[in-house]
Design a protein around this ligand. Structure first.
Ligand code: FA5
Length: 314
């Protein structure tokens, strides 16, 4: 039996041998049953054999169980060296990147972010901005009109009005968001974005405007920039200017419009123009991103072409 146990090569075989030995009619069971009339030596021999067989079974069982486990592990092995598909990461859109940079700079200069609706009423987009419906300046901005008389906001200046109506003066806010006009070429899109700034307090003047714009643009472009202002016209500012920066190639680049907020605009927002005055500025968010990141077609910003995004280096 000892040899048989040692040679068993499956748990089933071992179980059969065990039954043969220790089962109800097993050889060892019988021997143990019939020990009563045997001498002490004979009994001791049977007990020793019994213990030895049990030990042998136990050892063989452990050995066979281990073999089964190893066989199972071998088939279930995970090959951790297997090649994995490389993970592709998304990139930040140049506009989003620019938004973050501008926001950090303006917040650092004490401006608070405001938002307003993209579908705007006539009051906030035009009338309160000193542009009543008979005003010829309405033609400066080709407007998308909705059937109910609302408009797709043509300028973030509408958010100035909302902020002043709510907070009054003093106020220092900025807005950044989508704007819409009926135009389309390489430098004009029907849907583009603007950045607006407004600072109203008791002693604000044009030199504050120039200083703020120069700081903002120098920080954004990360170099000391020359700023130039030229007389211009907007119904909601008086005097009005357009401002340019001197680029690396020595050329002046037009950035946006600005000026001292017109007294009528302040009055429309229940602010007394004899007590408060201040400046506002507005410019193209898309154009800022184009310049900083050396992109040359405004239309690419909204085309959603992933190849373009990848080539922008973002
Ligand atoms: C305005 O919209 C004024 N609200 C700016 C302003 C604010 C003046 C506060 C005074 C005080 P303008 O129409 O020039 O101004 O537009 C400002 C800038 O928006 C332009 O310089 C240009 O950078 C950008 N812009 C205008 N139209 C488009 C367009 N169709 N596509 C892309 N960018 C545009």
């Amino acid at each position: 039996m000892k040899d048989k146990i040692k040679k068993a090569n499956s748990l089933e075989d071992l179980q059969a041998l065990y039954t043969e030995t220790f089962g109800k009619n097993g050889t060892m069971t019988q021997k143990l049953k019939n020990m009563a009339n045997l001498s002490n030596n004979e009994r001791a021999a049977i007990n020793a054999e019994n213990a030895e067989l049990r030990q042998l079974f136990k050892e063989k069982q452990n050995e066979l169980e281990l073999a089964v486990l190893n066989a199972k592990l071998a088939t279930e092995k995970i090959d951790v060296t297997l090649d994995n598909e490389p993970k592709t990461r998304g990139t930040i859109h140049p506009l989003t990147q620019t938004l973050k940079e501008i926001s950090v700079i303006l917040e650092g200069l004490g401006y608070t972010l405001w938002t307003g609706p993209e579908i705007e009423d006539d009051w906030h987009n035009f009338t309160a901005l000193n542009t009543p419906d008979y005003h010829p300046a309405r033609d400066m901005q080709d407007t998308f009109f909705l059937e109910n008389g609302n408009v797709m906001r043509t300028q973030t200046s509408a958010v100035q009005i909302r902020a002043m109506e709510k907070l009054g003066a003093p106020i220092k806010m900025f807005a950044i968001g989508a704007t819409y006009r009926r135009e389309m070429d390489t430098t004009h899109l029907p849907s583009f974005h603007q950045i607006e700034g407004l600072y109203i307090d008791k002693n604000i003047n044009m030199s504050d405007l120039v200083g703020n714009l120069r700081t903002l643009l120098s920080k954004f472009f990360e170099r000391d920039l020359e700023l130039r202002i030229r007389p211009s016209y907007f119904p909601f500012t008086e005097p009005s200017v357009e401002f340019d920066i001197k680029w690396d190639n020595g050329k002046w680049l037009e950035m946006g419009g600005a000026g001292m907020v017109h007294p009528n605009v302040l009055r429309n927002c229940n602010i007394d123009p004899n007590e408060y005055q201040g400046f506002a500025f507005g410019f193209g968010w898309d154009r800022l991103a184009m310049l900083k990141y050396g992109l040359n077609d405004l239309r690419a910003f909204t085309d959603g072409d992933i190849r373009w995004l990848k080539n922008t280096g973002f």
